[in-house]
Design a protein around this ligand. Structure first.
Ligand code: 8NA
Ligand code: MG
Ligand code: MG
Length: 345
């Protein structure tokens, strides 16, 4: 489809759910052999096995809250979004939330709370969380707002409801930017795509809060820009091993160690790769490759899925995968509503 077509919206929201559901199998595993990933995925194609449903985790649970809030309020409303996060958590606390964020979600359910950003600020002795929990639910901001400045602003504010460290919320901004650009067809020119992300993040990270957090955590002055340069270097190489990707970019629960990784997965899988089945299209390659990195597999595959899905569109997603994943059909319907909201504004 053309830029911002319905197929791209559907692809993005559905593939994010697939990444989460399919990736749950390997979450936290240090090493994931490609063989195990391929076995897991081919079992989804085998209907006779009747594998039933793969459940979604915190990534999708929170993204659904973001989507419902943006649609119901026809824009960003922090109080409404915070209320939905809290309600969702108390209804299904067993979705695999990060151990820190649970405190925030409990505080957000208090009716006496006057500042919905305060519980997030109190995390980790006032330093805030740098986890990828803001980034894992950032894609819907790119699907709701056509304007780049809105995408950046609301992705940041939406993340700050739980992640007040700049290394947390800037990861969400980067993820939303990647989905935004992919939706426009920017992945047709991968070199320009990554350059554009770096240019945008130079501005996003060019402030005192980022410099302070980076200094305290002993990171480069602009941590995400530095990582995106590493992505650029890895892209230029003809052969890259999974071990190198993990050591250069990471596969962990910090936004800094997972959002650039997800972006790399998408870029690396734009073309066929020796380690991946020939019959696979780009979207299948992206999800598969993300899982083979191990670590925070559900979240990295969820984020890579959102970016890749916006590029390839819904037609690239195997029906058998959609049928196995809880929440995939809902995501498809919500994508249509977001598409309408996006084109109204
Ligand atoms: P979070 O805000 O609780 O952060 C996740 C973790 O990161 C915390 O529990 C801390 O260990 C650490 N952390 C974050 N900020 C700081 C800080 N300033 N100082 C010291 N430590 C810090 O949760 P989240 O919403 O960001 O979730 C992140 C990931 O954890 C998600 O992938 C989610 O699925 C979850 N999770 C991951 C695994 C896994 O094995 N990879 C397992 C269960 C849950
Ligand atoms: Mg999860
Ligand atoms: Mg995770």
């Amino acid at each position: 489809g053309g830029p911002a077509s319905l197929s791209r919206f559907r692809g993005s929201l559905v593939a994010a759910v697939l990444g989460d559901c399919v990736g749950g199998e390997f979450e936290g595993a240090e090493e994931v052999p490609m063989e195990s990933v391929l076995q897991h995925l081919s079992s989804l194609d085998d209907e006779s096995k009747g594998n039933g449903i793969l459940e979604y985790s915190d990534d999708t649970a929170m993204a659904r809250c973001v989507v419902q809030s943006l649609l119901t309020r026809a824009g960003f409303d922090e109080r409404d979004m915070a209320r939905r996060f809290a309600k969702e958590y108390s209804a299904s606390p067993g979705r695999g939330y990060g151990s820190g964020v649970i405190q925030v979600l409990k505080k957000l359910s208090s009716p006496q709370l006057s500042d919905v950003y305060q519980p997030a600020r109190d995390q980790f002795n006032g330093r805030g969380s740098f986890g990828n929990g803001g980034a894992m639910r950032a894609a819907p901001f790119a699907l709701a707002f056509p304007d780049l400045a809105d995408v950046k602003r609301f992705a940041r504010l939406g993340a700050m409801l739980t992640h007040s460290c700049s290394l947390g919320y800037n990861g969400a901004v980067l993820q939303a930017l990647a989905v935004h650009l992919s939706l426009q067809g920017a992945l047709d020119l991968p070199q320009q795509f990554i350059s554009r992300l770096i240019t945008e993040m130079e501005e996003v990270e060019g402030n005192e809060a980022t410099r302070n957090d980076a200094r305290i955590l002993k990171e480069a002055e602009k941590p995400f820009c530095e990582r995106l340069h590493r992505v650029q270097d890895l892209m230029d190489r003809s052969k890259v091993s999974i071990e190198e990707v993990i050591s250069e970019l990471g596969n962990g629960i910090a936004a800094l160690h997972s959002v650039p990784t997800a972006i790399f997965c998408v870029l690396h899988c734009l073309q066929p790769r020796e380690c991946l089945p020939e019959k696979y299209g780009g979207l299948e390659r992206t999800i598969t490759y993300s899982l083979a990195l191990g670590g925070d597999t559900d979240t990295i595959a969820c984020m890579a899925g959102a970016i890749a899905g916006a590029h390839y569109g819904i037609e690239a997603i195997p029906q058998t995968w959609i049928k196995c994943c809880e929440g995939a059909e809902d995501a498809d319907m919500n994508a249509e509503r977001l598409h309408m909201l996006y084109h109204q504004s």
